[in-house]
Write a protein that binds this ligand. Structure first.
Ligand code: ATP
Ligand code: MG
Length: 494
């Protein structure tokens, strides 16, 4: 099997000439993905390249690589000199050059003791799976395939290079990578490899949260992540990686649903575009609370999951902390999960829309809507007539955006400084007053007027100075706001 060498971009050709053509190989994902895209045509030459990660491998030691590139005037940075990797940058695009390694020794199933090697054969042998152990000879255009990776790729199966148990013991994360790549291929994990994972799945607990998170996010960027998660379930990894999702397998829902909780979640995840792996992750969390929330309601003669969104929110927060997501990501995700049951009635008022946006956060609307649509698609029994509420909500939203209606305290044309001017001392009363002003403005945006707000705040300040508290009005629109329970009563298909 060959690759048409005219497909190799000029930066790679330049580096080949600098490092010596007999000493430079293309390795890694780009070969696998280009081959995959060329199937099932029986052509002997790959004519289309898939992807743009041109990773190179060479026997030349990293310092020498660095100096040769720099001497030629190429921007080059050591991005992991201890792993032997140098990055060369051509017009903003990064190319990685890694010195051959054999990594014969591993410490504690996580960290290789890097040893440089002299032959491409040794380097390919240390790679995880046969489909990831291909190399392209840049002189002849021939693919080097020492472990039948091309055949495995054709069969869409993931098989370790060498004995799976040994390879997994070297690096436990490879077990999860097996499920991820099989997910990518829409394929399977070869039997011996699969059985080794089943046997050793508990080892995955020793892998750092960051590495696991990155694997999950990569899986979520594939076309159909459900496939990889199903494999993780089958080989026993999911129990350790996301026990909360594992618990949803076999938990049947009610007459509104065709799938158990886990499969409904996974179908919903598939239904979010692969361009948004983070929203897919949020979707993965949205119904986890259904497992603990499930109960039988005599009156309905069926199961209900009341308040599951709040349980999902708590569980999701724990999961994201465990996987070391940033606080900002956690906040965004919990807000979407918590609000995912909100009843988007086709006649939702403008003020109710503003109140909802205040809870959700304007910046989370995109994620919320993507998840809502996907949630519906994830339920094969019920996905008709649902768009009305969404279209109406979008119309309301457009008006709110156009009018720049205030949705949070910071949007008010008054601030804490004004309260200080009124002789108040900063303290909890500040947010009580500002929240109350926002409530009134949410009801009637025309009240976001500085003169009016100052006058109203002065009333509160005077009252506070006299009585030590302020009279908070009953929210006028309360009735069309906190209605989650009622919403759930009416709509159990989410
Ligand atoms: P992706 O498109 O997902 O990035 P990739 O094949 O480029 O796919 P990477 O994780 O970027 O995957 O790794 C690049 C290459 O390095 C792999 O193809 C594989 O040969 C090797 N590799 C990466 N991680 C490991 C590992 N843990 N053990 C052995 N080899 C590995
Ligand atoms: Mg890669």
């Amino acid at each position: 099997m060959r690759l048409n060498l005219s497909l190799v971009p000029s930066p790679v050709q330049i580096m080949r000439d600098l490092l010596g053509p007999e000493k430079t190989y293309v390795v890694g994902g780009i070969l696998r993905d280009s081959l995959l895209a060329s199937f099932p045509t029986p052509m002997q030459t790959i004519e289309v390249v898939k992807g743009n990660d041109w990773d190179l491998a060479t026997p030349i030691r990293p310092r020498e690589v660095l100096s040769r590139l720099r001497k030629a005037g190429i921007t080059a940075v050591p991005i992991g000199i201890e792993h032997g990797t140098v990055a060369a940058i051509f017009s903003g695009v990064q190319y990685e050059i890694t010195t051959f390694r054999n990594d014969l020794e591993y410490r504690d199933g996580r960290h290789p003791i890097v040893q440089f090697a002299d032959s491409i054969e040794e380097d390919l042998k240390r790679r995880d799976f046969t489909v990831n152990a291909l190399a392209l000879d840049l002189e002849s255009g021939e693919l080097i395939d020492l472990f039948n990776g091309i055949e495995d790729l054709r069969a869409r199966q993931i098989r370790t290079v060498g004995d799976p148990e040994c390879r997994f013991r070297e690096d436990y994360l490879r077990m999860l990578r097996a499920a991820r790549f099989a997910g990518k291929l829409h394929g399977t994990i070869e039997t011996v490899t699969f059985l080794a994972i089943r046997k050793n799945a508990p080892w995955i607990r020793h892998v750092s949260a960051e590495r696991i998170r990155e694997e999950i996010l990569k899986l979520l960027a594939y076309e159909k992540p459900s496939h990889g998660f199903e494999l993780m379930h089958e080989c026993g990894l999911l129990h350790y990686v996301l026990p909360e999702l594992e618990a949803g397998f076999g938990v049947l829902q009610n007459r509104f649903h065709s799938h158990d909780v886990a499969r409904h979640i996974l179908l919903s995840v598939d239904a979010v575009s692969h361009k948004y792996p983070f929203y897919r992750f949020v979707t993965l969390l949205h119904d986890l609370g259904k497992v603990p929330a499930k109960r039988f309601l005599e009156r309905k003669g069926d199961y209900v999951f009341y308040s599951h969104q709040y349980i999902s929110k708590r569980m999701g927060k724990q999961i994201m902390r465990r996987l070391r997501f940033s606080n900002k990501e956690i906040e965004q995700s919990t807000s979407i999960v918590e609000n995912h049951m909100y009843n988007l009635k086709p006649d939702l008022s403008q003020s109710a829309t503003r109140r909802f946006l205040r809870k959700l956060g304007r910046e989370n609307v995109d994620g919320f809507l993507r998840m809502r649509m996907a949630d519906r698609k994830g339920n094969l029994l019920n996905n008709e007539g649902y768009e009305k509420g969404i279209f109406h909500f979008l119309r309301n939203l457009r008006k709110i955006d156009r009018d720049e209606d205030a949705l949070k305290v910071r949007d008010l044309k008054i601030s804490g400084y004004d309260l200080i001017e009124m002789g108040l001392k900063p303290g909890p009363i500040f947010s009580t007053i500002l929240d109350q002003l926002l409530e009134e403005v949410l009801d009637d945006p025309s009240l976001n007027d500085r003169a009016w707000l100052l006058a109203r705040a002065n009333e509160f300040a005077a009252e506070f100075k006299q009585t030590g508290k302020i009279t908070v009005t009953e929210r006028a629109a309360n009735r069309d706001d906190d209605e989650d329970e009622e919403g759930e009563e009416n709509d159990q298909s989410q």
